[in-house]
Write a protein that binds this ligand. Structure first.
Ligand code: ASP
Length: 324
């Protein structure tokens, strides 16, 4: 093997976690009846040409359907990212991941790493066994971004588009171009292996090292539930969580994110229950269930809002806040 660091070449480390990108179906024309997380990450790199001067290295961190993502896997992933990012010969990291909770993992890593090098999550909507899988091109594009000089932060690359971790959301159940960045728009596009950047990379965050230490030291993550406000919403689920806590349940809820309507509004019955929960010491946060936009503060609000964070990202932010 060539000593790439001695020649000034760089390494991109590809961490595998499972998902449809590593899924296998019985037949090539079946894009739905597959099992996620079957093909190893080293095999996903077969036939992928790295950019000149870049060497690829594969490591399997997990092998799951991302609908079942866990805090323990996030911890393992963050630790492996920190390990590789600290090495001078590593230009960046690519993470292969399922699409279902991709935005959650991206936001968690963004919050605890805020890396000065690129950490690029990528995925596929079709399994590796498909007639025309989208995974190989996505991996190729992700590697190109990870090897781009000056690239930094946690981003997602899917269908030739680069999304920032704070903005990205899965917005389609089936299309290959399944992600969007809402109002913020994408960071850029990958065109024939070259990045066309439209806006700045995300800034480093001074809070990240502290959050990293706290998150890595945690045995379990604080339980934070998401409840939806809707027509006919009730407060009974909130009251059930309060009751569980009052009885001293081991894994009692510590935080509740309310997926609120519009500009953070709540059904009055749910709001009343949420205020009771807050008075009991449960952390409550409102996040809008709208796909785009942010909650603009209104005078007199008694429950905090999560700004532009979606409910699933607000849940992670609150969880990290409770850890800190
Ligand atoms: N259920 C799969 C996963 O998230 C879906 C996908 O990867 O597209 O792992």
């Amino acid at each position: 093997m060539v000593d790439i660091s001695a020649k000034g070449a760089r390494r991109v480390v590809v961490l595998g976690t499972g998902g449809t990108i590593s899924g296998r179906a019985r037949s090539a024309d079946d894009n739905l009846g597959y099992t996620a997380g079957e093909v190893g990450v080293a095999d996903l790199l077969a036939g992928i040409d790295a950019p000149a001067g870049v060497e690829l290295e594969a490591e399997q961190v997990a092998q799951v359907d991302s609908k079942d993502m866990s805090f323990a896997i996030w911890q393992a992933l963050a630790r492996r990212c920190a390990h590789w990012l600290a090495r001078d010969d590593v230009a960046g990291i690519v993470i292969t991941h399922g699409t279902d909770t991709l935005e959650e993992t991206a936001f968690f890593l963004h919050s605890v790493l805020a890396p000065a090098k690129p950490v690029v999550l990528t995925c596929a909507m079709r399994p590796a066994s498909a007639l025309a899988p989208d995974g190989p091109q996505n991996v190729r594009d992700a590697v190109a971004v990870a090897a781009t000089p000056g690239a930094r932060g946690v981003v997602v690359v899917c269908a030739g588009t680069v999304h920032g971790a704070a903005d990205v959301q899965k917005v389609h159940t089936y299309r290959l171009d399944a992600f969007a960045s809402g109002d913020a728009g994408p960071i850029g596009y990958v065109e024939e292996g070259a990045l066309r950047r439209l806006r700045p990379w995300s800034d480093a965050d001074d809070a990240a090292p502290t959050l990293f230490d706290k998150a890595m030291a945690a045995v379990d993550c604080p339980r934070v539930e998401i409840l939806l406000s809707h027509a006919e919403a009730r407060g009974s689920l909130v009251d059930a969580l309060r009751e569980e806590r009052r009885r001293g349940a081991a894994d009692a809820v510590r935080g509740i994110v309310l997926a609120a309507t519009g500009n953070g509004t709540l059904h009055h019955t749910l709001e009343a229950a949420a205020l009771r929960a807050q008075a009991d010491g449960i952390a409550v946060l409102r996040a809008t269930r709208c796909v785009e936009g942010r909650i603009l503060p209104r005078p007199g609000e008694r429950l905090r809002d999560a700004g532009a964070l979606t409910p699933v990202k607000a849940r992670i932010a609150l969880m990290l806040e409770l850890l800190a």
